[in-house]
Design a protein around this ligand. Structure first.
Ligand code: ADP
Length: 326
């Protein structure tokens, strides 16, 4: 269709050129020359101008459509390549999980002395290997989640959870991080002021993943001797989680980007080379999937950070399991 448009445009442009040429050369033998001469100059000009315009517009549109088709084909190819890459990451992450789980249980048995007593030196080495293995498992899980999000296949399973249950789960997570905080000489405090009869529609495993990530970040980005405080609160609309640390903070100019996939602030890169910049991206996607809000407040580099998220509170009678793709 657009080929026909292009041809019409080409023809109109040819006619316009022919008219201009006939008038410019005063071609007495040409029928068109005599016909145009009989018309008023304004009318002759209008005819030539409309042929020229039609020609230019139709040819322009033809070129545009051709470019558009080329762009669409290129985008499709890129989409297919990106889909293949995502599937490859997904497959590799999935396949690597099984051996890592086997390593985990092997080391755990050794640490629990199922195969005989171990020396303090051996224990130290095994604990380090165990932690490295845990980090790799988290990393793989993050890659897997992120590649599922890329293809719209990450599903959360929402259930009506009481705030008491949510509080208990978060308190346990904070308690589990105490040894790590202690090791870094960081004081980790916990404070809850929740309106207990309320409920929220949540995927508790996913909310725990978010909390774990925020706790882990607070510990990683707070130097020894610092302090972290976890607070929970609720009002009639929302449940609110916040974690405040006295750590390295986030440079003001970079704060808007911390939830962007793979983003790492300049001061964080200097402090820790190991991060991926995937954790906060996943936190945002998961909290968005719960129709909640997540944000960061920091007075700037070196001045600590506060990460908060809210989840909407629901009426008890809405109890139903709900699957949602995010
Ligand atoms: P990672 O920690 O693996 O780099 P995240 O996605 O969890 O990735 O965090 C993204 C970036 O946000 C971090 O690299 C860091 O720059 C910044 N950030 C996150 N949490 C904190 C925090 N508590 N204090 C300072 N910076 C933080």
């Amino acid at each position: 269709m657009h080929l026909a448009g292009g041809m019409i445009g080409f023809l109109a442009a040819l006619i316009a050129l022919h008219l201009i040429h006939t008038i410019a050369n005063g071609d007495e033998h040409s029928f068109i020359y005599h016909w145009l001469k009989e018309q008023s100059p304004l009318y002759a000009f209008a005819i030539i101008a409309s042929f020229s315009l039609t020609g230019v517009l139709a040819i322009g549109q033809y070129v545009n459509k051709k470019e558009l088709r080329y762009e669409l084909r290129k985008n499709k190819e890129l989409d297919e390549a990106s889909q293949a890459k995502t599937e490859a990451i997904s497959f590799a992450s999935h396949e690597l999980r099984t051996p890592l789980t086997a390593v985990k249980w092997g080391i755990k048995s050794l640490l629990e002395e199922d195969f005989g007593q171990i020396s303090p030196e051996q224990k130290k080495v095994l604990e380090d290997v165990y932690q490295t293995n845990e980090n790799m498992q988290t990393l793989l899980a993050d890659f897997l989640d992120s590649s599922k999000i890329d293809i719209g296949k990450l599903e959360i399973s929402l259930k009506n959870i009481s705030l008491t249950e949510m509080e208990r789960a978060i308190k346990q997570l904070a308690a589990k991080k105490q040894p790590l905080a202690k090791k870094k000489k960081i004081e980790l405090k916990y404070d809850a002021a929740v309106n207990y009869p309320s409920h929220a529609l949540v995927d508790l495993n996913r909310i725990s993943q978010v909390v774990d990530n925020l706790l882990e970040n607070a510990i990683n980005y707070t130097p020894a001797g610092g302090a972290i405080k976890v607070s929970l609160s609720s009002n009639k609309n929302d449940f609110k989680f916040s974690i405040t640390d006295s750590g390295i903070g986030i440079p003001a100019k970079e704060q808007a980007k911390v939830f962007v996939k793979f983003f790492r602030a300049t001061n964080a890169r200097k402090l820790r080379s190991g991060g991926t910049g995937l954790g906060l991206y996943l936190c945002k996607r998961l909290i968005d999937g719960h129709q909640g809000g997540v944000w960061v407040e920091s007075a700037g580099a070196g001045r600590g950070s506060r990460f908060c998220f809210t989840l909407p509170i629901r009426a008890r009678q809405e109890t139903e399991e709900l699957f949602r793709k995010i």
